[in-house]
Design a protein. Sequence first.
Length: 382
Amino acid sequence: MTAGSIQGRHAGSGDVLTITYDTERILAINRSRDPANDVPILSAGLIDAQVNGFRGHDVNAADGTSGTIQEITAELAKVGVTTWVPTIITASENSILAALGRIEQARKADVVVANAIPSVHIEGPFISDQDGPRGVHDADQIRPIDSVEVSRWQSVGARIGVVTVSPHAADAVDQIAKLCSLGITVAIGHTHATPEQIIAAVDAGATLSTHLGNGIESYIRRHPNPIWTQLADDRLTCGLIADGHHLPGDTLEVMLRAKGPDKAFLVSDATALAGHPPGLYETAVGGVVDLNAEGRLSYVGTDFLAGAAASLADGLRNVLQVTTAGLPQALRLVTENPARIIPGARPGLGRLRVGAPSDFVLLTENGEVLKVVQSGKNVSRA
């Protein structure tokens, strides 16, 4: 049954599109080449491949429930994110299994949630134990890459799409190959690995870089260093946190140029504090943190970041402001490109074409979200 239609201007061609859809997919697209600059931009729904929490709800909270996942799905949709990847950080195996169970329970209970969550990203526990690269991850729970443990995670039934690892250990190459054989997409992140170890990891099957430019020592050698190696390797597609705090504008510009139009995507890496007003907050993993008026989240009394507090839509707007990327390229970073690398993505996700999911956003030229449709239903903005 037809659910409705939506009209907007294609960011690239300028054509006015009238799309008819039902609750699952796009049914028809009509194009008009008449100029209509007063018509808002129409895009596929935004896709965030790394979300730890949002607006007070935490994927990793010990007291979380399947309702937590449903709430995050609903809150993200209000800011234009219609597809997201829950990200579980370093924890005990039991805690990881519990979080996976909550996510799968939420997917089974709600078709909108099932459509919105194609798979799960587990960021740790197989990362660097060193201060700096480790970030806010619990040092006591960091452990060597273990494909046997990952196979136990898979037994819960949740679709584990991406696992982030640091390839610094002697057996990393062998373990990465085993993870790939389990159907896992391996990402490199939170690492103190050498360039040679990173190249070996890519040779073994790693294909992603987790929030490149972050999760690394605060002070590194000019060259060689892990950032150059990952930027230079076209086999790696990199996620970038574009909140204006994790990467300066010139760094973001250079990374986007180095990776080209297809090998980068934006992530929010949002925490539960995203969407909160400025102030001091107590967190489970970082102690007391300061969220300032500019949206920077840092440890009290330091310049060190304590996570991210911006949405993916905020990142989109920042890219338009601080880089030379135009709206067509910027939208690819939050639609087509993440859809291409997320395991379990529905056919056509991130694109406006017949048969693609019925997820849409209407935006201004500067990336402000005006209207959201998720699974064929209008979403109240907030």
